[in-house]
Design a protein around this ligand. Sequence first.
Ligand code: TYD
Ligand code: MG
Length: 454
Amino acid sequence: MAKGKSTVFFCKECGYESVKWMGQCPACRQWNTFVEAPAVKSSGSTGGISSASGAPSAVPVRISQVDTSTENRYSTGFGELDRVLGGGIVAGSMVLVGGDPGIGKSTILLQVCANIAKDRKVLYISGEESLRQIKMRADRIGAMPDNFMLLCETNLNTIDAAIRGCSPDAVVIDSIQTMYCETSDSAPGSVSQVRESTNALMQIAKGLGITVFIVGHVTKEGVVAGPRVLEHMVDTVLYFEGERNESYRIIRAVKNRFGATNEIGVFEMCTDGLKEVLNPSEYMLEGRPKGEPGSVVVCLMEGTRPILVEIQALVCRTNFGLPRRTAAGVDYNRMNLLMAVLEKKAGMQLSGCDAYLNIAGGLKVSEPALDLGMVMAITSSFRNIPIPDRTIVFGEVGLTGEVRAVSQAKQRVAEAVKLGFEECILPAACLKSIGNEDRIKLTGIKSVSELCRR
Ligand code: TYD
Ligand code: MG
């Protein structure tokens, strides 16, 4: 930082700091993201590497001698959330919970606090709601243990003192965008404030071994508002997804230093808070039409868990020169690609047709195993022939119309058996990995044209 300068420029996307304004950020290549903010007063360090004589000594240790036996995990009280976190909360970790406004971030954290507070001390700090508001919400959710403490505060210096004063095991910061540090002069929610506040909280978390949950608002583009740095600093980033008019919510780990990131947790918003959905497949398939063309059930994997979803297609002759195509919950480009494959490899005249594709229930899916389901739904609607409703499909489709193997075929078939399906259409290459299966009829196929001849 230049001497004597009282303001610097930050990139809104990645937090890159520069002494002058720039059109494009050299770090993340985004345009028009620089905002001016007061310079952050660095505390302590003078910068640069001090001479060897004055430096405190640091001794490297052998990796085999690092003690991991004390990794201290505890449950959130929700099996679904524990799985997403990689087996429970790690003491001293920092978890960022992001999501659209009103999706249920405060609600789930209040419930988690209530569960943890049964045998631990918890402090819930809100910068958005008053004590009364929080209490009213807590009353809807149910009984709150005595070890659950509340604080309405936005000044991090006061918060720091409060945390040290009551030494809780877990702290919730309801919205990092409302917090501010006195060391930085810019407004709460600005890039440098969010950065400073997270830094201060990190020192508290790591120094005292307290688990800190941070709520972060999400911008229209789907990233946590404020700098991306926030995501780099914390240990775990969870995103809350779901449609406003649907009652189910999905929690997904985007980053996790203590577990895998492909797991999801499914919840339902009820009048008394969020409830776990233990069998999402049944939930997703509720109210499925029987014997209608254009509907088919696909088996997807979310992490280690199979989920069955219904995919629906509507293909009809276009009234205009340019066919209309829309995709909800699936990738629009993938849909166009698969329709081109069908046109070329199966001789279907789709270029004169409007096509609409939708995942029932509002789930968003990006797995390649969905391809075969899309192909079958489109074909079924185009030909007006229903697919038997006890049939399930999965498989990836390549550009030459070949049907390719997907991973974890055995688990997918097992889930289909569990829910009473009678036939499974799958890539022929997957048959070997499944072995003998007499509870369901397995039909292996090699190409799209073979499927369409059936
Ligand atoms: P909230 O947790 O305040 O959202 P966020 O903190 O992510 O902004 O969620 C509020 C929404 O949840 C609100 O629209 C009402 C709904 N809700 C219920 O349906 N049932 C409940 O028991 C609670 C507490 C909230
Ligand atoms: Mg909230």
